[in-house]
Design a binder for this molecule. Structure first.
Ligand code: SAM
Length: 235
C-alpha cells in the first residue's frame, strides 16, 4: 500500500503490524498539514511497532526517535533495520511521563493513536511535552475520539465495548484542553478525512483486538466516532 510520495508498505506486513486504525494513513494526512524536513529531529511518541516512524524517516528523511511503552525496542530495531533505517530511527523504551530526553531537543513531536492514553491529563502537555521541544517546534497528534461528547452518558449500543479509561473525547474537548496551555499556539484542530478508511484497514487485520473492534464498529455504525487531529506550535 502506497502512502505519501515514497512509502510503499507490503499489505501483509502492514496488516501484521497494525495496532489500531491504520496509523500510516493517519500520519500521511496529519503530516500533509505541517512542514517537516530532513534537518529535523522528531519524536514519534507511542510509536507502537514503529510503522509511523518508518513513514516519517522515508517521507521526510528526518531523524526519528521511536518511543513506546508496550513494544520492545529490540523488536522495533529489527523492523527498522529491514527498512535500512538502523542509523536514522532510534528505538527507545519510554513511559510518556518519564521521557528520557534533553529539554528543547526535538523540532517536532508526532503521536498517532497513543496520546489519549496519557495526554488527557490537564497538565500533561505543559509538564511533559512542551519542555522537550525547541522554540516554534511542532506538536502534531491524532487520536480516536467522538463526533460529540456523550452528555447523556455512553449510548446503549456502545456500552458492551466501553472501557472507563478509553478517553475518547470530541474535537472541542481536546481544543479546550490545549487552550489551557500558555506555552503553545493551536494551529489546527480537525476531523481526519481518512477516519473511515483507517478503521476499514484495521478491521481487516487478524489481530484479536481488531476482531473485537469489528463488532464495536458495527454497533457504532458511523454515528459516534471520529479521528481527531491537533497541531500546535510551541511559543
Ligand atoms: C493503540 S497503540 C498504537 C501504536 C501506534 N502509534 C499505531 O498507531 O500503530 C497505543 C500505543 O501507545 C503506547 N502507550 C500507551 N500508554 C503509554 C505510555 N504511558 N507511555 C508511552 N507509550 C504509551 C503503547 O505502548 C502502544 O504502542
Amino acid at each position: 500500500m502506497k502512502f505519501g510520495r515514497n512509502t510503499n508498505f507490503d499489505k501483509d506486513f502492514l496488516l501484521k503490524n497494525m495496532m489500531g486504525p491504520n496509523c500510516v494513513r493517519i500520519a500521511e494526512e496529519l503530516t500533509q498539514k505541517i512542514q517537516l524536513s530532513s534537518e529535523m529531529r522528531i519524536l514519534d511518541l507511542g510509536c507502537g511497532t514503529g510503522l509511523t516512524s518508518i513513514f516519517l524517516a522515508k517521507e521526510f528523511g528526518a531523524q526519528v526517535f521511536a518511543a513506546d511503552l508496550w513494544i520492545k525496542p529490540t523488536e522495533n530495531y529489527e523492523r527498522f533495520k529491514k527498512f535500512g533505517f538502523e542509523n536514522q530511527i532510534i528505538p527507545i523504551h519510554a513511559e510518556a511521563h518519564e521521557l528520557p530526553f534533553a529539554h528543547h531537543y526535538f523540532d517536532a513531536i508526532i503521536s498517532i493513536d497513543a496520546y489519549y492514553y496519557f495526554g488527557a491529563e490537564p497538565d500533561y502537555l505543559d509538564k511533559h511535552i512542551v519542555p522537550l521541544i525547541k522554540k516554534h517546534g511542532l506538536i502534531a497528534v491524532s487520536v480516536p475520539g467522538l463526533q460529540k461528547d456523550f452528555s447523556q452518558g455512553v449510548p446503549d449500543a456502545l456500552k458492551p465495548y466501553w472501557q472507563e479509561n478509553m478517553n475518547f473525547y470530541s474535537r472541542n474537548w481536546w481544543k479546550d484542553l490545549w487552550e489551557l496551555s500558555p506555552n503553545i499556539v493551536i494551529e489546527q484542530c480537525f476531523s481526519h478525512q481518512c477516519h473511515k478508511e483507517a478503521w476499514k484497514d484495521w478491521l481487516e487485520c487478524d489481530n484479536p483486538y481488531a476482531k473485537t473492534d469489528v463488532k464495536m464498529m458495527e454497533a457504532e455504525n458511523g454515528n459516534y466516532f471520529d479521528t481527531i487531529g491537533l497541531i500546535a506550535a510551541v511559543k
